[in-house]
Design a protein around this ligand. Structure first.
Ligand SMILES: O=C(O)C(=O)C[C@]1(C(=O)O)C=C[C@@H](O)C=C1
Length: 295
């Protein structure tokens, strides 16, 4: 982090000026950050020991979980969550300077699937039936538009990307709902709580819980009561496909407590006694980033 003596290398979903870059920069400062083209690339870089940490998007307030991160983190990775940052997301439509006078003639809009979805209503009314092209990140879309000045294309992304890739801002704040935030997580091979001084933070533990093979009625109720009678506050529960067959799920459960707390230890023991498989992805601090200010 910014105030540590050494500079860790940190993979983030790039290229430069992605929202993930903004989040990584906020936590670690600029030094040591390395862009990777995809979320799996970021995760694999940590697993292979090429970098100490990876910063990837986990969940968006409008669109829900980022499937790519969920898939690579929860299915077979040995990684832990070391910190979380919730970042405000403001989406803008940008075109190459050469196309600034021809915005009405745009033939395709490019961005990350989450960003396209966050602007669905805007796109529906402003660019009805214009093809939407998915890219690996919002910044990848902005870079593509900058590299193809003669194409009638637009990108959706943040203002930093417009500046970085020299694009013209055609329409600002085009996300459909005002409260647009994304949670980014810092991942590493170690259980560690990264402390970012000067910011208020709350503690959270992320668990992956699998039901016993012999699924019984009321099992989910029993799992929830493990937490409720201990007064452990859950901030999220999500079911995801186990990928072993239709109807087979696991649960991602976020608890607002540290796993070292005696109540959490008791909860893990009770889950085991219920024949559930519960894996902790670690306890970590969650931070909130204030909106970007542009001069
Ligand atoms: O970091 C980026 O720029 C991304 O394109 C990723 C991502 C996401 O996966 O949710 C990050 C934040 C926004 O919600 C839109 C896209």
């Amino acid at each position: 982090m910014k105030n540590e003596k050494f500079t860790p290398t940190v993979a983030y979903l790039g290229p430069e000026a992605s929202f993930t870059h903004v989040a990584a920069n906020h936590l670690f400062g600029g030094a040591g950050l390395m862009p990777y083209p995809t979320i799996p690339d970021c995760i694999e870089a940590v697993v292979a020991g090429h970098v100490a940490y990876a910063v990837v998007p986990l969940e968006n307030a409008l669109e829900g979980s980022v499937p790519m991160t969920i898939d690579y983190l929860f299915h077979g990775s040995e990684l832990f969550i070391n910190a979380e940052i919730a970042t405000p997301i403001e989406q803008h439509l940008m075109v190459n300077e050469k196309q600034a006078d021809f915005v009405d003639e745009i033939e395709s809009v490019h961005s990350h699937p989450h960003a396209l979805a966050q602007c669905h209503k805007y796109l529906q009314y402003r660019f009805r039936r214009v093809p939407l092209m998915q890219t690996t990140s919002t910044a990848a879309a902005a870079k593509y538009v900058s590299e193809n000045p003669d194409e009638k294309i637009a990108a959706i992304g943040n203002k930093m990307a417009a500046v970085k890739y020299g694009l013209h801002l055609a329409d600002e704040n085009i996300h459909d709902f005002h409260f647009n935030h994304t949670r980014f997580v810092v991942l590493s091979l170690r259980k560690e709580k990264l402390v970012y001084k000067g910011h208020s933070a709350s503690i959270k533990t992320t668990l992956m819980v699998k039901l016993p093979e012999d699924d019984r009625s009321g099992m989910l109720h029993q799992i929830l009561s493990v937490f409720s009678w201990r007064r452990l506050n859950l901030s999220k529960i999500e079911s995801r496909p186990l990928k072993t067959g239709l109807g087979n799920y696991f649960f991602i459960i976020d608890v607002l407590e540290s796993e070292e707390h005696p109540m959490m230890k008791g909860a893990m023991e009770e889950l085991a006694a219920l024949n559930c498989t519960a894996r902790s992805f670690g306890s970590y601090y969650t931070y909130e980033q204030q909106p970007l200010r542009h001069s």
